[in-house]
Ligand binder design. Structure first.
Ligand SMILES: NC(=O)c1ccc[n+]([C@@H]2O[C@H](COP(=O)([O-])OP(=O)(O)OC[C@H]3O[C@@H](n4cnc5c(N)ncnc54)[C@H](O)[C@@H]3O)[C@@H](O)[C@H]2O)c1
Ligand SMILES: [Fe+2]
Length: 381
């Protein structure tokens, strides 16, 4: 048996944010907690949506104490603000950090026995659905608007906790490429490579099946076609990435990921490395490591990335072609090739253990060990 969980409703395309008031009013919500981050407030990105709320006469309280790689403290503060505000729904405006914080806040409000946040790591046995969330992504990467996951950093333990819970999925996703057009090149590249990593890891993960394959292969194709354009801020590139990352989210949220994410999470926790940058650097190396456990799947990855003649290639040839296509895209959008500037050699044992303990690791197509993960880190240094 396989299970599939998706948003109740999603909106796509330029101007999609104008659908938000009707959703709020139609669902009978009276007051909104807007969850966003300080930079988005500063650069006027949050305002694009709050202007829509203002024009529709919808009351809201703004909560913007959310840092990239959000912390337990960000969540607990958000819970307090939600309670004081008298809100009955959340509009999350931002990247994975804002949307994930909103999910954790929404879960704790309706499941107060998890107020410590730490007890939510892994598959959390919550009983109640989160406060209804309308999620408006401003990056094209995490797809947190359609996933059943959120990631919160435990600063004391230097640990990123992946929390998996069907109760956290936003009821409505509003995927508007105009919300993403202010992203600088580096952020566009990093978040876009996160989306590609979701699509590739989701396609080869142990739990993959026909329905998730359909989403992941299409996502690989759209992202490969669109990311370079998005980095150059073309409307077609932005539109493509908005859709491609969402389609990847529809897939991976339901089947899991692998050790690219497991190895990226400790880098976010220990060095605050942007999530997409960490994934992008690690992805080709882990693809090579995983290749023996992927059957003929790299043939379809290579073809989806635009490689011609895959039908006539040997197994070794199409596996190499898939990895090379990923390396080329990563290089073209300016991602560093290794972890030399990021990882301190003395941290490798901690990183490897932390990656092994990560919730994404069991989904990896090839069974692994702490020692092998340590070797993978070292090969990138
Ligand atoms: N929930 C999931 O399924 C899931 C999946 C993958 C990653 N994540 C998590 O999401 C987080 C990363 O999220 P992210 O990569 O979207 O970035 P982010 O939310 O951390 O944002 C990074 C920075 O980019 C800025 N920014 C965002 N949108 C912008 C825009 N349109 N214009 C200008 N600046 C903008 C933000 O202000 C912030 O400073 C990590 O914590 C990661 O672990 C969650
Ligand atoms: Fe990710």
């Amino acid at each position: 048996m396989n299970r599939f969980v998706l948003n109740e409703t999603s909106y796509h395309g330029a101007g999609a944010i104008n659908s938000i008031p009707e959703e709020i009013k139609g669902r009978g919500f009276k007051k909104v907690l807007v969850a966003s981050d300080p930079d988005l407030v500063k650069f006027g990105v949050t305002k694009k949506v709050t202007d829509v709320l203002d024009n529709a006469g919808i009351e809201y309280t703004l909560y913007s104490d959310i840092k990239p790689n959000p912390t337990i403290q960000n969540v607990q503060h958000g819970v307090e603000v939600f309670k004081e505000s008298g809100a009955d729904c959340i509009v999350a405006i931002g990247g994975g950090s804002s949307m994930d914080t909103a999910k954790a806040v929404g879960i704790i409000i309706n499941n107060p026995e998890f107020a410590d946040v730490r007890s939510l790591e892994g598959v959390a046995p919550t009983k109640n659905k989160a406060v209804p969330i309308i999620a408006v992504p401003t990056t094209a990467g995490t797809a947190a608007e359609v996933t059943i996951n959120y990631v919160i950093t435990d600063v004391e333990k230097n640990r990123k906790m992946v929390c998996v819970d069907v109760h956290d999925i936003p009821v409505v996703a509003v995927v508007d490429p105009d919300m993403m057009s202010t992203m600088p090149k580096g952020l566009t590249a990093a978040t876009g490579m996160d989306a590609l990593t979701h699509a590739i890891e989701g396609y080869i993960t142990k739990g993959a099946w026909a329905l998730s394959d359909m989403f992941h292969l299409k996502a690989i194709e759209i992202i490969s076609k669109s990311l370079r354009g998005a980095v150059d801020n073309t409307p077609e590139g932005r539109e493509g990435m908005a859709l491609g990352q969402y389609v990847a989210g529809m897939g991976f949220s339901n089947v899991g990921l692998g050790i690219v994410h497991s190895m990226a999470h400790p880098l976010g926790a220990l060095y605050d490395t942007p999530h997409g940058v960490a994934n992008a650097i690690i992805l080709p190396t882990v693809m090579e490591y995983n290749a023996p456990a992927t059957g003929d799947k790299y043939k379809y990855i290579a073809a989806a990335m635009g490689v011609e003649g895959t039908e006539n290639m040997t197994v070794d040839e199409y596996r190499k072609a898939a990895v090379d296509a990923v390396k080329k895209l990563s290089k073209d959008v300016g991602i560093p090739a290794d972890l030399k500037e990021i990882v301190k050699p003395e941290d490798v044992p901690f990183l490897a253990q932390s990656a092994y303990d990560d919730a994404c690791r069991p989904g990896n197509p090839r069974d692994t060990s702490v020692e092998e993960i340590a070797e993978l880190y070292k090969s990138l240094m």
